[in-house]
Design a protein around this ligand. Structure first.
Ligand code: SAM
Length: 287
C-alpha cells in the first residue's frame, strides 16, 4: 500500500487522502482510547465529532455516548461512514463544513436522548491542521452551548493554547482560549501514529468551557483589541504596541496603563489574563 493511499472500509478501490483537507488518519487504538477517556464522555452525553474521517474515534466515542453526531466535509467519506455505522442508531453522520455549521442549531436538534436532555455536550475531534484555530475560536466566540472540546492538533498549536504568562509561546491565542476555557493537556501523539504521516507531532488538549469567564471585562471587544494590539509586535513594550496598533495616542496609552497599574515597560507576554482585563477596562473607560 503506498503511503498516501489506503483501502476503504468497503474494500472497493483506494482512498486518496486529501492533503488540503488535513486528512491524517489516526491508526493507534491506545491513543484513541486515551482521547475518549480524556473526553469524559458518559452515556447521557451528546458528542459532536468534527471530521470523523473513516471513523477512527467515532466508534469508541459512540460506544461511550448517548448520541454522537459527526460532521465530515469530504463527501467521499460519507458512504464509508454510512457503511460502517449505518446500523448504529446513536450515530448521525452529516456532510458539512464545520466552519459553516450552525452548532447551536445542531445541538438543539439532537440534545434530547431517549426523551431526556443530554447531561453534557462534548465536542471531540482529530482536527484538520489547516483550520484548528478557526474551529476552536468559532466554537468559543459563537457561544456554542457545549461543555468541553477535546481536540487533537499540531503540538506547537497545543503548546501556544496552553502556555502560561511568561512562556515564550504565550500569545493572543493563549489568552483568548484560556479566557473561555480551562485547558488541560491529555497527551502527546507522535507523527508516526498517523496515515499518511504528517511532518509534525500532535497533542491532545481538553478545553472545558467556563460557565463564567475567568475574568470580568466591561467591553469584550476592547479586551480582544488590546490583546491583539499587545501581541502584534512582540518585541515592543506593551506601551509601544498599544500606540502603534490600536489607534491609541501615546497620551491615551500612557493613561490606560497607569490606570490599570501596569508598568509601561512590560511586554504583553508577561501579562496575566486579569491584567489584560484591567488594561481593557481602563481603555474602554478612557476612550
Ligand atoms: N477523525 C479521523 C481520524 O482521527 O482518523 C480523521 C481526522 S483528519 C486529521 C481530519 C478530518 O476532518 C478529515 O476527515 C477531513 O476530511 C475532515 N475535515 C477537513 N476540513 C473539514 C471541515 N471544514 N469540516 C468538517 N470536516 C473537515
Amino acid at each position: 500500500m503506498c503511503a498516501d493511499r489506503k483501502k476503504t472500509e468497503k474494500g472497493k478501490g483506494a482512498f486518496r487522502h486529501s492533503k488540503s483537507l488535513g486528512q491524517n488518519f489516526l491508526k493507534d487504538s491506545s491513543v484513541i482510547a486515551e482521547i475518549i477517556e480524556g473526553s469524559d464522555i458518559s452515556e447521557n452525553d451528546l458528542v459532536i465529532e468534527i471530521g470523523p474521517g473513516m471513523g477512527a474515534l467515532t466508534e469508541m466515542a459512540a460506544d461511550a455516548a448517548g448520541r454522537l453526531v459527526a460532521v465530515e466535509l469530504d463527501k467521499r467519506l460519507i458512504p464509508v461512514l454510512e457503511e460502517r455505522f449505518g446500523s448504529r442508531d446513536n450515530i448521525v453522520i452529516i456532510n458539512d463544513d464545520i466552519l459553516k455549521t450552525d452548532l447551536n442549531a445542531l445541538i438543539g436538534k439532537y440534545r434530547m436522548i431517549d426523551g431526556r436532555e443530554a447531561e453534557h455536550v462534548r465536542i471531540i475531534g482529530n482536527l484538520p491542521y489547516y483550520i484548528t484555530t478557526p474551529i476552536i475560536m468559532k466554537i468559543l466566540e459563537e457561544g456554542v452551548r457545549a461543555d468541553s472540546i477535546t481536540a487533537m492538533m499540531q503540538k506547537e498549536v497545543a503548546e501556544r493554547i496552553a502556555a502560561p504568562p511568561g512562556n515564550k509561546t504565550y500569545g493572543a491565542l493563549s489568552v483568548a482560549v484560556q479566557y473561555y476555557c480551562e485547558v488541560t493537556k491529555i497527551c502527546d501523539v507522535g507523527r508516526h501514529l498517523f496515515v499518511p504521516q504528517p511532518k509534525v507531532d500532535s497533542a491532545v488538549l481538553r478545553m472545558d468551557i467556563r460557565s463564567e469567564k475567568c475574568v470580568e471585562v466591561s467591553d469584550e471587544k476592547a479586551f480582544f483589541r488590546c490583546i491583539k494590539a499587545g501581541f502584534g509586535q512582540r518585541r515592543k513594550t506593551l506601551y509601544n504596541s498599544l500606540c502603534g496598533a490600536s489607534g491609541m495616542t501615546k497620551e491615551l496609552a500612557g493613561k490606560v496603563l497607569a490606570e490599570a497599574g501596569i508598568d509601561k515597560d512590560r511586554r504583553a507576554e508577561t501579562l496575566t489574563i486579569e491584567e489584560f482585563a484591567k488594561v481593557a477596562d481602563a481603555y474602554a473607560k478612557a476612550r
